[in-house]
Design a protein around this ligand. Structure first.
Ligand code: AMP
Ligand code: MG
Length: 413
């Protein structure tokens, strides 16, 4: 059986970024920059005040102090959006508001809190140095300067920065279209009547939600009952509609596990099946060449147990989706080391992803495994905010020991 790391390597080697497209600012969130961002102008584009206060000449307020303010004549008010036409000469000041252009002659802005206005004058009770409270033109970026690299995920600040620079559209990679396929005769749609022996379908909802959490809205769901030709037919429809097919269940070694066989009959090339991990050993990954578009579609056969399905989605499907969306170097999530609160044990041979809760205790970060670690127990995964990586060749992680945890945010790559 191949290892977690080997499986990730195979998946990365067989997925590629989708083509570029331009998107409007409003649609950019959660896409990935397909080109570097270059400053189209200086930012800020003019010298402006960082505070509400009074624009002064440094020499005029040299002697200003809290007990002995300096009196200056106020030449006018400049608000954000004004052109800033007036000129401040010796012995004068201007009232200036945050974001307003700094007029000629002003060398510093003294915060309002240190000034007192009275009939056309201001008493300034603090001295200033050149440039105090002034945001300089080009102080953050000069026109033509590299701002952000391509391959970066577009978060709210990135949207804001692009807008700041005057972009109304930007080049991103197309987001993948996804299809989720559930299998099994036991599934009933929540809201319907549960007959004996049946269970409510959770995977189609949970997996669609996991896809949506990454910012991918285009996700259809399909259901294949346990019959070989029907499974094949449904998988064929799913493959026709999507760049990535994620099935859940029917991929193990049971008599009614038709997914792998059906995919192979449809021309999908099996690249891996079964990974030495827990939960989620029977994961399948394959690709289908889409001759029309000269690209490969990816198929993930995840196990049916709800925790296995979601954990393997997080470990394998998410990085693949990240790469297709154009993330330059998708890793195994954001990982860090923290202290283990309570000893955990397992058998050697498989990497385990233990559902954990990270919390602060006595001003220290600690992690503890949740109750309910079985692969059908969604309660533990619902409470978890991290996955503890329990290496394959280790039997015990002891209390007080630093352990590797992966942040489980569902929307992070
Ligand atoms: P399988 O991988 O098909 O053998 O399924 C493993 C376990 O997951 C079985 O107990 C199934 O009943 C359960 N299961 C499969 N699909 C779903 C689903 N969509 N929602 C909830 N449980 C499921
Ligand atoms: Mg099944």
């Amino acid at each position: 059986m191949i290892s977690y790391e080997e499986a990730l390597t195979i998946i990365f080697a067989n997925t590629e970024a989708l083509p570029k497209t331009r998107q409007r600012l409003e649609k950019l969130l959660d896409s990935v920059l397909a080109e570097p961002v270059v400053a189209a102008m200086d930012l800020p584009s003019f010298d402006n005040s960082a505070v509400d206060g009074f624009g002064v000449r440094v020499a005029d307020v040299e002697k200003a102090a809290s007990g002995s303010p300096v009196k200056l004549s106020v030449k006018g008010v400049i608000r954000a959006g004004d052109e800033g036409q007036l000129r401040v000469r010796e012995g004068t000041a201007c009232k200036i508001l945050t974001g307003a252009p700094v007029p000629p002659g002003v060398e510093a802005v003294v915060m309002k809190e240190f000034c007192q206005e009275l009939n056309g004058h201001v008493l300034v009770a603090q001295k200033a140095r050149q440039g105090d409270n002034i945001r300089r033109r080009g102080g953050e970026f000069l026109r033509g300067e590299a701002v952000l690299p391509s391959g970066l995920r577009i978060t709210p600040p990135v949207v804001g920065l692009l807008a700041n620079l005057g972009y109304s559209t930007f080049a991103v990679h197309r987001k993948p279209r996804v299809a989720v396929v559930t299998t099994g005769n036991e599934l009933v749609k929540p809201g319907r009547r549960l007959l004996p022996g049946k269970i409510f379908d959770s995977n189609s909802y949970a997996l669609k939600a996991a896809v949506a959490a990454l910012g991918i809205d285009d996700c259809l769901t399909f259901h294949a009952a346990e019959d070989e030709s029907r499974t094949r037919e449904v998988l064929a429809r799913a493959l026709a509609s999507a760049d990535v097919v994620i099935s859940a269940g029917g991929v193990s070694v049971g008599d009614y596990d038709f997914v792998k066989g059906a995919l192979e009959q449809l021309g999908v090339r099996t690249l891996l099946w079964k990974i030495a991990i827990k939960p989620g050993k029977p994961v399948y990954f394959g690709t289908l060449v889409d001759k029309l578009r000269r690209r490969r579609k990816c198929v993930f056969g995840l196990p049916g147990n709800p925790v296995s399905a979601l954990v393997t989605f997080n470990q394998f499907v998410k990085p693949a989706l990240a790469k297709m969306m154009g993330i330059s170097a998708p890793g195994a999530g954001s990982v860090f080391m923290v202290t283990l609160k309570k000893t955990i044990r397992k058998k050697v041979g498989r990497t385990e992803f233990v559902r954990g809760v990270l919390k602060t205790e006595n001003e220290r970060l600690v992690v503890e495994a949740t109750a309910g670690q079985d692969s059908h127990m969604l309660g533990g995964l619902s409470l978890a905010n991290v996955l503890i990586h329990f290496p394959s060749d280790i039997e015990q992680l002891s209390q007080g020991e630093p352990v590797l945890v992966e942040f489980l945010g569902w929307n992070n790559f």
